[in-house]
Design a protein around this ligand. Structure first.
Ligand SMILES: [Zn+2]
Length: 90
């Protein structure tokens, strides 16, 4: 099986859809960065965006509405988060 070094973490992984996102625009047929790293980068970017926007009133409003609707859709998960948060706090 073809293997490929992830450009970011440098770990050699099998070159397939389980470890790399497909990208038909590339000669490889896959992205040069593994899925783990892509997810990590997405998280970092989302966090950076949050840090940048958290004091903007329009963003806070949007975020509050989003969190509220998420809570209504996922009450068990919200309670689990709450419990985890309270434990960490003490
Ligand atoms: Zn990687």
């Amino acid at each position: 099986m073809a293997r490929h070094f992830c450009r970011r973490c440098g770990i050699r992984k099998p070159l397939n859809a389980e470890h790399f996102y497909r990208d038909t625009n590339r000669p490889l047929g896959f992205r040069p960065t593994c899925i783990c790293c892509m997810r990590a980068m997405a998280l970092v970017r989302a966090h950076a965006r949050y840090q940048r926007l958290k004091d903007e009133p329009w963003f806070r409003e949007q975020n509050t509405a989003h969190v509220k609707s998420w809570r209504q859709r996922n009450p068990e998960r919200f309670r689990a988060y709450q419990r985890a948060y309270q434990r960490k706090d003490k």
